[in-house]
Write a protein that binds this ligand. Structure first.
Ligand code: GLY
Length: 419
């Protein structure tokens, strides 16, 4: 065979090989986003059905699991920032299925925490009451739930300092927070408490809650972010002058590192602010945070981040599934507002979380849906465990897909990566 025919044969072989590969790519199994959401919500509700039986029997709210593998509930009687999430998950499943057992569970379990609405010692009233009573009010229009939500908002705004322009996150007179020398610490997580305030203004027509939320968001935007739009965890302010005293971490690897869940809270928080205000500065902030997260060189291929983007142990370190779930939910909302394509990344995250790597087999994992989250590594707490809020934001993401305009778009469930 002369050289011409030999080269021609090689070229034809390469073309055939490429065509075969392309065929494989196109033959990856796909389904509509809605079918993907419905299938995974059905699987999630199988786990939650078992978990709510335990919760109702014990009259306790699931949080995570102990080192010995047994289920850990939220504090019995005392405030726990995670106590609204399990009732919230039940409300989501009620909205999806219409099954009264979820409504009964949500009502019974949120009733256990009702009195906490008057606490003025904790900023997490936003998380707790918006996810539980807030969800219940939006679904049922129950007037008692509305009043409880407004009571919580009135308690939360007591922590606002107009000189600083922020709501105080942690009290510094007790606990580990008292050992850090802070005077007025504000954490990026606190952005998540603003939704309660925006809701309170929508319900009452009184701008006071919304004005405080906007002031908090603007002050945080000014002081919490670095040039690359990664955020500090804790900014400590002088409560008399409003000056920044220090920029530190509590749950991240280092003061100058980017704690993964903190970045997710920021993304979700500014997406909420844009929802209620349509201020382009908040959309821009959310887009810049999303860019930091999604283009981070330490982000793994499956888009489930390590617990801190700057951990020196990467790639031999823990992932934080909760950060991925919060990010997915925020990105699905951001798709509505932004001209950038965040759906691809949201789909990739949800595909990962719905795989056997991160999703527990039914009847295992203390009936939590997802595995492999991290509470706080510096505190040696909740490392590589299921967390109730990872499940909450995963279910929220699926519900958002199910209800969204884009639900007829495709997602690959096997075959080629959607990245
Ligand atoms: N707000 C507490 C946390 O994200 O761990």
């Amino acid at each position: 065979m002369n050289i011409f025919y030999s080269n021609l044969l090689k070229a034809v072989s390469v073309i055939i090989l490429l065509m075969c590969c392309n065929k494989n790519v196109n033959q990856g199994t796909s389904q509509s986003l809605n079918d993907f959401a419905v299938d995974n919500l059905a699987l999630a509700s199988g786990q939650i059905d078992l978990q709510l039986q335990v919760a109702i029997e014990k009259q306790r709210i699931p949080r995570t699991q102990h080192e010995d593998g047994s289920i850990q509930f939220t504090h019995n009687g005392n405030f726990d920032w995670t106590e609204g999430f399990f009732p919230g998950t039940c409300w989501y499943l009620y909205s999806f299925t219409g099954d009264e057992k979820y409504r009964n569970a949500a009502e019974t379990l949120q009733d256990l925490i009702k009195d906490h609405r008057f606490l003025t010692t904790n900023h997490d009233l936003g998380f707790v009451f918006n996810c539980s009573y807030g969800a219940g009010y939006r679904i049922t229009k129950n007037e008692d739930f509305k009043q409880i939500l407004l009571d919580a908002a009135n308690s939360l705004i007591q922590r606002y300092n107009p000189t600083v322009g922020c709501i105080l996150s942690w009290n510094v007179d007790r606990g580990w927070q008292s050992s850090r020398g802070w005077l007025f610490p504000v954490i990026i997580d606190n952005m998540m408490n603003l939704e309660l305030l925006f809701e309170a203004s929508e319900i009452t027509g009184d701008p006071i809650y919304r004005d405080i939320a906007i002031s908090h968001a603007n002050t945080t935007l000014k002081n919490h972010f670095r040039d690359d739009f990664s955020s500090y965890h804790v900014i400590d302010y002088n409560p008399q002058t409003g000056a920044v005293r220090s920029k530190q971490t509590a749950q991240g690897y280092a003061h100058e590192s980017a704690w993964a869940r903190g970045q997710a809270w920021g993304l979700y928080g500014y997406t909420i602010c844009y929802r209620y205000t349509k201020d382009p500065a908040y959309l821009e902030a959310a887009e810049k945070i999303a860019n930091f997260i999604l283009s981070n060189p330490n982000m793994p291929e499956d888009l489930v981040p390590y617990w801190d983007y700057n951990s020196p142990k990467i790639p031999n370190d823990f992932r934080d599934v909760s950060a991925a779930a919060i990010t997915a939910s925020a990105l699905i909302e951001l798709v509505e507002y932004s001209e950038r394509d965040y759906l691809k990344s949201a789909k990739a995250i949800l595909r990962s979380l719905s795989s056997a790597t991160y999703k527990a087999d039914q009847g295992t994992n203390n009936h939590f849906i997802l595995k492999h989250s991290v509470g706080s590594i510096p505190h040696g707490a909740e490392i590589d465990v299921p967390l109730v809020y990872a499940d909450y934001y995963y279910v929220e993401s699926l519900i958002r897909l199910h209800k969204s305009e884009i639900k007829n778009q495709e997602v690959f469930v096997s075959g080629i990566s959607v990245k």
